[in-house]
Design a protein around this ligand. Structure first.
Ligand SMILES: Cc1ncc(COP(=O)(O)O)c(C=O)c1O
Ligand SMILES: [Zn+2]
Length: 409
């Protein structure tokens, strides 16, 4: 077996994903769903992989939990370009006197469904093929469900998605188009999650184990390898729009996995961005800052019922992962940032005018975080800033219209 899963809470070892699925993705000793994959791998091989071209995150097969390459289900995802966007660098120089590298990670160029959820979809489909999993379900606000819908249909896995009321209709239609099933909740995301959990339990169907699900984390940790391959170093700053928080959890895991062999691989300062109409993590963080980070600060967060944001995929009002993410952000010297949802169409238009790229609303939340970070003096001279833009415009028809209605230059 290439890998095993270690319970983060009690240390119990599950001997690989066959056992993990058999155990309903739960530690049999303590009941926790939070386990991390560990490998018998030769990490010195990474350096050779960094020197090669890659056409998907499966380039790092030896450091992923799939046993047999024949089970890979891929649409060329995860080895996407990191681009330098001059207009952002010029802005930082002209307005703040900051010389930085502003790099954009182009998840809209993923071959699956054009979001940063595609790597997780590919990993899930491949593992399910390997272990004979035939049914799966999830509660999702959008992009994870869409990615899984595509990849699981390629693997012949029947997939049921529970979406909150007011879920993005473009996503729903796309999921249906992949031949998968959608259950519309009458309530918000928290309610959809409950309904999915009930369904999974009653029907003994595997359900996504949430934001620290090792399937997702193992796929997304390859971001660290890609940063090293494409940049030759880790960025000093990492910016991402955050809802559940798999991205920061996975980067933390990736760095911990290889730091023993590569001490130069250190965590970037994490700047995690939320829009003002659904910003529970930012509120929690501001409170912690005000109180000087008292003991258990990370367990103290507000819940926003039925958030009124139009950015449906960033509509997690109950930030259940905050207790895991806040300490990661803190140890990196990072922060949570609030941006104005009203500012998104104009910024998306600017990106279109400058780069010829139409990005989806969650990507623009992330980019707005770059400007906010400058305002808050969180980007320093000489920093390399990695902006993880998570999606294209494919499933955002209403936003697309708004963006094109903004007067261009
Ligand atoms: C484009 C995009 N950005 C950001 C996020 C938030 O990701 P995370 O789960 O890491 O918080 C999502 C999640 O759906 C997304 O699709
Ligand atoms: Zn345990």
């Amino acid at each position: 077996m290439k890998s095993q899963l270690k319970c983060v809470k009690c240390g119990y070892i599950s001997p690989g994903f066959a056992a993990w699925f058999e155990q309903d993705q739960t530690c049999p000793k303590c009941g926790s769903k939070h386990s991390e994959a560990e490998y018998q791998a030769d990490y010195t091989q990474l350096e050779a992989l960094y020197k090669q071209g890659a056409d998907s995150f499966w380039h790092y097969f030896d450091f992923l939990p799939l046993e047999n390459r024949d089970n890979i289900i891929s649409c060329k995802e995860g080895a996407i370009p990191i681009e330098s966007w001059d207009f952002l660098e010029d802005f930082a120089r002209e307005h703040y006197g900051i010389e930085c590298r502003a790099l954009v990670y182009r998840n809209d160029l993923n071959g699956g469904t054009q979001t940063f959820k595609d790597v997780a979809g590919s990993m899930a489909a491949s593992l399910f093929k390997e272990h004979g999993v035939k049914q799966y379900c999830i509660a999702s606000t959008g992009n994870t469900a869409t990615a899984y819908a595509k990849y699981l249909s390629l693997a012949g896995v029947a997939f049921k998605v529970f979406v909150p009321a007011g879920a993005n209709e473009d996503s729903v239609q796309e999921i249906l188009g992949f031949g998968q099933e959608v259950v519309r909740s009458q309530g918000d995301y928290a309610r959809a999650k409950q309904e999915a959990a009930d369904y999974a339990r009653q029907n003994k169907v595997l359900i996504s184990a949430g934001n620290f699900d090792p399937i997702r984390v193992e796929a997304k940790k390859t971001m660290v390898f890609e940063f090293m391959r494409q940049l030759g170093k880790m960025p000093e700053v990492y910016i991402q729009a955050v809802a559940g928080g798999t991205g920061p959890i996975a980067i933390d895991k990736g760095v911990r996995e290889i730091e023993k062999y590569y001490p130069e691989v250190v965590l970037p300062r994490m700047l995690l961005v939320q829009q003002d109409l659904c910003d529970p993590m930012v509120q929690a963080w501001e409170q912690a800052v005000k109180e000087g980070f008292p003991e258990n600060y990370h367990k103290n967060y507000p819940v926003i019922d039925n958030p009124q944001t139009k950015v449906s995929i960033l509509s997690t009002g109950n930030p259940g992962m905050y207790p895991v993410i806040a300490p990661i952000v803190r140890k990196t010297g990072g922060s949570f940032l609030r941006i104005s949802e009203a500012s998104l169409p104009a910024l998306a238009r600017k990106v279109y005018d400058q780069q010829g790229v139409l990005l989806g609303p969650a990507s623009i939340v992330c980019l707005a975080g770059f400007y906010r970070a400058l305002e808050e003096k969180r980007i320093h001279q000489g920093d390399t800033v990695l902006i993880n833009c998570g999606e294209g415009m494919q499933r955002a028809a209403a936003f697309h219209k708004e963006v094109l209605a903004v007067a261009g230059k």
